[in-house]
Design a protein around this ligand. Sequence first.
Ligand SMILES: *Cc1c(COP(=O)(O)O)cnc(C)c1O
Length: 434
Amino acid sequence: MRKRKRFELDENELPKKWCNILPDLPNPCPPPLSPATNEPINPKDLEVLFAKELIKQEISSEPEITIPTEIREMLQNIRPSPLIRAFGLEKQLKTKSRIFFKYEGEKSPTGSHKVNTAISQAYYNKKEGTETLATETGAGQWGSALAYACKLFDLKCKVMMVRASYDQKPHRRTIMELFGAEVSPSPSSITEFGQKILSSDPRHPGSLGIAISEAIVLALQNEQTKYSLGSVLNHVLLHQTVIGLEAIDQFRMAEESPGPNFVVGCVGGGSNFAGLAYPFIREKLRNGYEFEAVAAESTAASKMSDGDYRYDFGDTANMTPLLKMYTLGSDYIPPPIHAGGLRYHGVAPSLSVLINAGYVSPRKYDQQTAFKAAEIFVKSEGIIPAPESAHAITAVIDIAREHKDEEQTIIFNLSGHGLLDLLGYQRYLSNELE
Ligand SMILES: *Cc1c(COP(=O)(O)O)cnc(C)c1O
């Protein structure tokens, strides 16, 4: 009999509540500090930037947070995402282990997990009267997800796009513009901070940290404009937990109880990793169920492996509250790699707590290694992964090889497809990768 490859949930089985890890963390998540006073920030002070309901979620101590019907209905158009058994990859690796992945790129209109939080953030902002959402984007995945969500809820969307990507990756800009977003290259001439950088270097390639600063300026300039972040913050990670909650149900269908021995994801700011791993980690924290959580990062921005655990700014102009996180420093400018989504200098505070307490092990990989793993995956599974997700695949291949003759169960998050990253793949094939 043919062994089952895909484990699909019905749209009615989409989770009804998000999993909030904060109350279950082994140590409390240190609060964001105001840079002016070095004291914990008053949540009210965040209201210039974020919808009130999102601030409530940011600091909530409720372990379960109900997903509003309107958000569930929008999510039901694009999920649950499938859990897939990677028989081809298992065979290729000659491993006894079983490898599964959640595929967030299959039904997502913009090709990655980022729509899960984009829809939720757009909904709460619309409900509270916001007219425009301003944001930054690196390679364009977050910008296109937010542009899509803003169109769904009839909001205006302004995107500051890192200039290097704006120039080199026109396709994602086209997607954002088709959804009606206004896209500017960052550093831009529309904010004073951008002008200052451009005056000293007119060809500055930009960075996520700079683009965040510029998007925040847009939000501060207009009361009906709010700011939206695609990763790092508690509420963003919260919205992504539908991934892991679905996976737990799908594991039951696959008769893989109690669950995996390894849970793997790639980390830029931490949202897709947390989305898959936090519901499993909560089981571990509550019931002691044992597995290893592995977070794969890029050597180009290896904050988890090589950064300091300290308070730092989220942006280059030092306008955000101070977050306690693993960081390479807010002025860190990463080298230009194709996995643009992994180039952030810091990582989510909640994930930092878990790394610091030994619940999550980081591993780092260079882009050559990641593209090689991606090629193995394309040939064995027939799916072209996003270069970011390829870092998770690299970790999975490592783990399977380290446990060659053991029967381990491994799950990873295939956070997106790579059909818009073909320039990177072309460079890999012609040996032109840096
Ligand atoms: C943005 C992105 C990432 C990295 O961001 P996280 O917040 O760490 O998930 C990873 N994979 C894909 C496909 C992305 O678009």
